[in-house]
Design a protein around this ligand. Sequence first.
Ligand code: GDP
Ligand code: MN
Length: 381
Amino acid sequence: MKLYEHQAKDLFRRFHVPVPEGRFCVSAEEATQEAARLKRPCVVKTQVLSGGRGKAGGVGFASTPEEARQVAEELLVRRIRGEESKGVLVEERLEIASEHYLSVVADPDARSPVILFCRRGGMDIEQLVGAHPEELVRIPLDPRYGFWTHRMRSALADAGVAGAWREGVISIAHRLYDLFWFVDAEVAEINPLVLLHDGRLIAADGKLSTDSSALFRHPELPRNEGTGREDRAKKYGLAFVELEGEVGILSNGAGLTMATMDQLALAGARPGNFLDCGARIVENGVADGLRLILEDPRIRVILVNIFGGGVRCDVIAEKILAVVSALGEEGALRVPVVACLQGRNGEEGRAILRENPLPNLQPAESMAAAVRMAVDLAAGP
Ligand code: GDP
Ligand code: MN
């Protein structure tokens, strides 16, 4: 679950990670008052879950409360990559000497938290690290021992980070790591970590993403609804995981969905998602699921693989026909769908699909046949 910047900064404050003075505001009036209270130039930042607000026009500056009102009015109605603003964060404007990057991320490959530091931070960090990966200092931590100051110090020294501010970076990294651990975070990021002209370090931005499966342990955390496909799927009651391949999968039951992924992978295709409709297969699971899968432009074919247990295959076949023809009429079905039904009333279900041909719907007689058809269609012209 992603947190908004102002929520992340509230937690930063509790863990003594220095943040600018300011307040989250939901109206232009509140923003004006906060700017008046701060009595100095401000930065006004829209609160959305997606990053890169600076480049998308989501960060503005104001020298007076009246300017803060104008900037807030604009930002409150501006969408950032389609996402509505939840409010604005009004903060003291920092006198920046230099911008750096610091984060703690859960690294699934290293199976440990890793601290990442880059001397050159800010809005172009992705391009910079892409072109100069050597500039990113990686410090894996062993969670059994927690934060090791000396390890971070020697890694920074190796990277040529010297002088008084190195200790400042280490101390903030330690607090950020404690926060990361405390909230079961996946990512805790400060970009930019700002060095002020007076030598202080301060988190000008804050990004925090926590493990959704661990939320039950954290009544103290807010509950945010994401806008990504995985979040929307959850709202529909579907288990959905985005992957990178070209074959969309809609199945029922985690075991069958995983087996379908395995069969596809063995046959040389890559699954584009994991979608287990579970019991929602008899409700709108097929329609909601197909729409979610179709949002991904990489998908070239969809494999619907259903086992009828509690639900009868003839019922599901009617459902599939209705949904596929509706999507087809809307012009929303831009890829072929291969459908395989087995289990209770399997023959009846398959017969319904065979006897009611639809453009873009290809019934398969077995899972092996369905996988072959999907692989061929994915590889096709
Ligand atoms: P993001 O683009 O969503 O990551 O938003 P950030 O909070 O990181 O802000 C983007 C950029 O705005 C930063 O990299 C800074 O260059 C600039 N910025 C943000 N806050 C301040 C501030 O208080 N003072 C100054 N001078 N620049 C700021
Ligand atoms: Mn940032």
